[in-house]
Design a protein around this ligand. Structure first.
Ligand SMILES: Cc1cc2nc3c(=O)[nH]c(=O)nc-3n(C[C@H](O)[C@H](O)[C@H](O)COP(=O)(O)OP(=O)(O)OC[C@H]3O[C@@H](n4cnc5c(N)ncnc54)[C@H](O)[C@@H]3O)c2cc1C
Length: 460
């Protein structure tokens, strides 16, 4: 008989190092171990969503002494990097000088992925890629395990409701294999990308009627690198679209990023509303159908794909845009393009205003010249992580407070990690001083980050 007693369930298996098979069973965490049932968990900081922002937020909060619980609906952390298979660390460096503008946990993850030195000041490419997205899962497991005294992680756990009383979130409901679980946190950090917690707890937010399209990434193996491959692939997709086999696509990006005979494809384009469960389900199926239609078109028309096979699509279609909270300050594209300075800057952004249209675009993801909307490294203020109306909630990553245009830049991976680290830092500071995150002085958060060489680094 399998042992299903509460004490046995109160264990947490974690990898201890990238590249080793060692695992260790450790108590979930002290506060939880003392609670009568796993159905009710009390914690200082609850981080919802373990993607780019959430992983950094959880590590930062735990390193700064706060009892932290990270919950993630996938069976692993990493968000877009591991769920959608995106290896890019965009936003790490100024596009022209290649000066690193985000340090802290983002740079630590990049250097621990073997891409640069931990003390690097510049990178060779302004948008470096990590070599292996599976090993990124292991790296995050290891970084979490290092904080096990303060940090617990629940994978396969969907945040499904939030309950507020006045200006405070009192509890958040999870659905997982223990059933419906109530978490009572002092501070919540919403890193769901979709502002799920903020929306369900009653914080004001906005969502464009038409959001940027969704994309499924996939890989095809046994492809022969040949000259003109991109053009041949593009032409084959044009023909497939003419035959009615492919509604939309972009690019396509056909890239030998992971192996010499293996291509990684970004080109699927599915218009959908990712906050509508039925429409998201339709988009997942459409993404799979389009990925396979692309593969078949290339196999038929492009000689380099003659002996190829469809390796795998990543588990989820990727969402670029959904809800954005309306915070104490709404960062605007004008702030970005005029390099407006904020005293409470807690992160630096530097990506162009990267809006994908809901139509086919050939050879590019955009229908405009990115150089025309390329800001210099700019400030992201603490107030853009603080929602209106709720005092114990921070929102970091692609659902922070920004106009649609500004968000098209702030949404990239490294910028999200920087916001996440700042939110984790702030939540730990609030916990230590028994203050709400909304009452915290963002200038103090900035100073604390600067002491750890974690930015902001807007100026050279
Ligand atoms: C297809 C695609 C291509 C992109 N290309 C690039 C690129 O080339 N370079 C770049 O830098 N950026 C790119 N981006 C943008 C960027 O990757 C994201 O905006 C970035 O990941 C934002 O980080 P985040 O932490 O806010 O969200 P995510 O990394 O998406 O993390 C959100 C996490 O929350 C979890 N979650 C969501 N809801 C719940 C819930 N209710 N309960 C529990 N867990 C939940 C998710 O599973 C996920 O792990 C791309 C985005 C997409 C979709």
């Amino acid at each position: 008989m399998p042992d299903n007693s509460p004490s046995s369930r109160r264990t947490f298996i974690q990898s201890t190092a990238v590249g080793t098979a060692a695992v260790a069973a450790t108590p979930l965490f002290a506060a939880e171990a003392a609670s009568p049932s796993r159905r009710v968990i009390e914690t200082d900081v609850l981080v919802c969503g373990g993607g780019c922002a959430g992983s950094a937020a959880a590590i930062a909060a735990a390193r700064n002494g706060a009892k932290t619980l990270l919950v993630e609906k996938a069976p692993f952390a990493g968000g877009i990097i591991t769920c959608v298979g995106l290896p890019y660390f965009d936003g790490i460096a100024d596009i022209t000088t290649k000066r690193i503008v985000v340090r802290g946990i983002a740079l630590e993850m990049l250097s621990k992925s073997g891409v640069c030195a931990p003390d690097a000041r510049t990178v060779t490419r302004h948008n470096p890629t990590i070599p292996n997205t599976f090993e990124f899962k292991l790296l995050l497991d290891r970084l979490f395990a290092e904080q096990r005294d303060n940090l617990s992680v629940l994978f396969n756990s969907f945040v499904c409701d939030a309950h507020s009383n006045g200006d405070r979130i009192e509890s958040v409901t999870l659905a997982n294999k223990d059933g419906l679980v109530t978490v009572k946190p002092k501070t919540v950090i919403d890193c769901s990308g979709d502002a799920d917690v903020a929306a369900w707890a009653g914080a004001p937010f906005e969502q464009n009627k038409e959001v940027q399209p969704l994309t499924l990434h996939f890989r095809i193996a046994n492809v022969t690198p040949t000259p003109n491959l991109s053009k041949q692939c593009r032409d084959a997709l044009g023909a497939a679209q003419q035959r009615g086999e492919l509604p939309y696509y972009y690019g396509p990006g056909v890239m030998f990023l992971f192996g010499k005979n293996e291509v990684y494809i970004h080109g699927v384009r599915v218009p959908a509303d990712p906050t509508d469960a039925a429409d998201l389900s339709r988009a997942e199926a459409q993404g799979r159908a389009d990925a396979h239609a692309m593969f078949q078109a290339w196999k038929q028309d492009v000689p380099a794909f003659k002996d190829s096979y469809f390796m795998e699509a990543y588990p989820w279609i990727g969402v670029r845009e959904s809800r954005r909270i309306i915070g104490k300050l709404v960062l605007s594209e004008e702030d970005l393009m005029t390099t407006r300075r904020f005293n409470d800057a807690i992160a630096t952004g530097c990506w162009y205003l990267d809006l994908h249209p809901n139509k086919t675009t050939l050879g590019s993801a955009n229908d405009f010249d990115p150089k025309k909307v390329q800001p210099a490294p700019y400030d992201i203020p603490y107030r853009s992580l603080v929602p209106q109306k709720l005092s114990n909630l921070l929102v970091a990553g692609r659902c922070h407070s920004a106009t649609r245009g500004a968000h098209a830049s702030t949404r990239v991976t490294v910028t999200a990690m920087a916001m996440g680290q700042a939110a984790g830092q702030a939540a730990a500071m609030a916990s230590r001083s028994n203050t709400d995150v909304a009452a915290l002085d963002g200038v103090k958060v900035r100073e604390a980050l600067a002491k750890q060489d974690a930015g902001p680094f807007t100026d050279a």
